[in-house]
Design a protein around this ligand. Sequence first.
Ligand code: PMV
Length: 332
Amino acid sequence: MQGRLHDPPRKVNSVTARAGANIALVKYWGKRDLRRNLPAAGSISITLADLETVTIVEPREGSGGDQFVLDGQEQDSDPVSRVLDLLRENRPACRVVSRNSFPTGAGLASSASGHAALVVAGAAVFGLDIDRVALSRVARRGSGSAARSLFGGFCELHAGVLEDGSDCQASALHEPAHWPLEVVVAITDSGPKAVSSRAGMNQTMDTSPYYPAWVASVDDDLDLARKAIAERDFEALAAVSEHSALKMHASALAAQPGLLYWNAGTLACLHAVRELRAAGVGVFFTVDAGPQVKAICLPGQSGRVAATLAGLAGVERVLQTGLGPGAGLVSA
Ligand code: PMV
């Protein structure tokens, strides 16, 4: 899984890459270095098969800067340019065309899959032979969680301790086949979220009295989650994952002004997931910087969970997916 992604083509006109979104079970929320975008603590995630970004990068002939088109709409290209600049100095201007298979910017990790697909395609266009770990360090500069979409299945992002961030990178924990968990995403508001995760975590760091306690607690959660995943202990993973998500939101709720990412549909889903689990269904919840609820299910149990969540007031629709591979090239 680790190692070379591809043999870099010699002359490249256009490269297409894909990356699955990922969902953190032990959350990343807060940074140790804003400029280098270094997380204050590690995180553990699962990479999804069917919520994906497909990105085409092609060098632009002639003059003009970078261009970025997302879901058919021309966007500010600066964030994309900054990431491409990190891959190679003196690079050609590029046209980047990206499409998400799911709602963009609604707390469904589109920035994670987007940046992961971008670095894979960009590296190929520039003829670079870079391994996944190194690419995860570049993707991290665009969005911390993006580092995790370089790997499939179960993945850990290490906070590292070095000032320059050279040890802040992702690594594989297990392939999807180790434990083919299923995921139901309950969409309770498909519009863009009011406060981005970047702004939300900055506000939490600056103003929440609970932020130091949150950061101090993450290492223990990482140990518990790593062990639960290795042993396929669903009960233990459910406990630590729900704890991490609720604790992250508690720190955000205690910011000034408080960050309330949930709506009525979110809360209905959280209660329904707990009721299903009490009734013997293998399911737990997690929530990111948005109102959608992600229900993580034991293999074979997502059908029942999807049917229950889809029937709740406040749920617009549900998506179902399994675990998928790390980011990679589609064609070159
Ligand atoms: O990678 P960012 O800057 O979009 O932050 C991600 C933050 C959360 O999604 C809330 C948690 C996580 O670890 O993915």
